[in-house]
Design a protein around this ligand. Sequence first.
Ligand SMILES: Cc1cc2nc3c(=O)[nH]c(=O)nc-3n(C[C@H](O)[C@H](O)[C@H](O)COP(=O)(O)O)c2cc1C
Length: 174
Amino acid sequence: MSNPVLEAIAQRRSNRGYEARPLSTAQIDALLKAAVESPSANNAQPWHFTVVRDAALLAEINAEASQRLGRNLADIFFGAPVVIFISADPSSRWGRLDSGVAVENIALAAQGLGLGSVILGLPDAAFTGPKGPDFARRLKFPEGHRFAVAIAVGYPTVTKEAHPVAEGRIDFVE
Ligand SMILES: Cc1cc2nc3c(=O)[nH]c(=O)nc-3n(C[C@H](O)[C@H](O)[C@H](O)COP(=O)(O)O)c2cc1C
């Protein structure tokens, strides 16, 4: 069985290398439209999306995450021209889950637009340390919001095989 949605799901990969080529306003608008069209528990929409195209700021976040994780991470953003940070209201019971739904909508929208993406949890390390509040302010997180997840998007320079599917994760009860 095949259709454009199933094909986008099947073809999506985590791309870990990007051209410097910027995305157009129309492309970014389409990604954000897909994001805000995501479902959320009780339609609370407890998220906030910050589009970052400032490479120097991304480098600062990368350096801080690297240091806090105690690993020399070359670039957690893989040179992507655009990174969308999703922050969520921590008082929302479903905020992080809703953010995960939204980030996958962005990933599939990117796939549909012929772009690549990679969902990113590692930036969290930069927001949980002493510089976290300053990064949150500079990324215009609403007051009290916490980093939930991010996604790098761009024209990929690398791709990969589909991930091996783990066995035994599906049951039927009839
Ligand atoms: C919540 C979440 C956080 C992730 N964080 C990172 C990350 O920080 N860096 C990274 O390179 N990949 C990250 N990934 C990508 C996963 O490693 C990837 O989805 C997985 O290996 C399967 O590969 P595929 O996306 O190509 O199918 C993350 C994925 C998810 C869903």
